[in-house]
Design a protein around this ligand. Structure first.
Ligand SMILES: Nc1ncnc2c1ncn2[C@@H]1O[C@H](COP(=O)(O)OP(=O)(O)OP(=O)(O)O)[C@@H](O)[C@H]1O
Length: 262
């Protein structure tokens, strides 16, 4: 479904060039819930944002559903992005629009008729059990409800892929479980391939079937979750997965020294 082949991305900084992503290759198959995990600054978000070209790679190739996205014209890319939904840590809802109008936005931009929009928005709100909040404004919702609205908005255009950038980092542990259950449900009911960037091990162990571990811009290893008990981890961060820790709050000061948040 998503093939990332030898992709690299540099940023210009005050100190010169910075390699955010270096020669990364990954294969994400249809129906995967694929986790990308690593410490802050590892390059996870940059890598994911290259899947819908919010960031353009300096080199390498990316195909999504059989299409080389780097060769698309601007118009073709806009069309392609309708097949790739995205949700963010801080929800990114428009505060001056109701829940209904937030969810309707991608359909408005796509020129879908009012009648069709209404039916589709209600269907998506039902998927995340928020029909009764349709007329509310985001300010009146909890963090978990806001993320569910963002999920509803992301699926209105019936995407094949959903990119999730730290989707549960801004909510409490109970709400996190609920959001992850909704993601699991849309994967099962709608067959959407999901990619999740996270620094939380329990997100990966809870819903992902595969994971790639990133460190300093590189994928240091990638494996199916079912293999966790069998394989010997290569990287320090992977060892944390085996230790069943819940999350990593920052990069270790010295090799082998980790900071856990339970
Ligand atoms: N537009 C940019 N310009 C300059 N540097 C950037 C830019 N975007 C990201 N970076 C740098 O690239 C590195 C990787 O960032 P990225 O956001 O991909 O990491 P991450 O693993 O997702 O971490 P976090 O969870 O903290 O966002 C970081 O050091 C970041 O400061």
């Amino acid at each position: 479904m998503i093939n990332i082949n030898d992709v690299s991305k540099k940023f210009q900084t005050a100190d010169g060039e910075f390699n955010a992503v270096s020669s990364v290759s990954l294969n994400i198959e249809e129906g995967d819930i694929f986790g990308i995990i690593g410490f802050s600054g590892a390059g996870k978000s940059t890598l994911m944002r290259m899947i819908n070209l919010l960031e353009r790679p300096d080199s390498g190739a990316i195909t999504v559903d059989g299409e080389n996205i780097l060769s698309l014209s601007r118009k073709e890319l806009l069309k392609k992005r309708k097949t790739i939904g995205m949700i963010f840590q801080h929800f990114n809802l428009l505060t001056n629009r109701t829940v209904f109008d937030n969810v309707a936005l991608p359909l408005e931009l796509a020129g879908v008729s009012r009648k069709e929009r209404k039916a589709r928005v209600l269907e998506c709100l039902e998927t995340v059990d928020l029909l009764e909040k349709a007329k509310e404004y985001p300010a009146k919702l909890s963090g978990g409800q806001k993320q569910r609205v963002a999920i509803a908005r992301a699926i209105t255009t019936q995407p094949k892929v959903l990119l999730c950038d730290e989707p549960t980092s801004a909510v409490d542990p109970q709400t996190k479980e609920i959001i992850l259950d909704y993601l699991k449900r849309i994967r099962e009911e709608l067959g959407i391939t999901i990619v999740i960037v996270t620094h939380e091990m329990n997100v990966v162990t809870r819903i992902c079937n595969k994971v790639a571990v990133m460190e300093h811009g590189k994928v240091v290893e990638s494996f199916p979750l079912e293999e966790i008990p069998k394989i010997e981890p290569k990287s320090a961060i992977s060892k944390i997965l085996f230790n069943e820790s819940n999350s990593v709050s920052e990069e270790p000061k010295e090799e082998g020294e980790f900071v856990y948040v339970g």
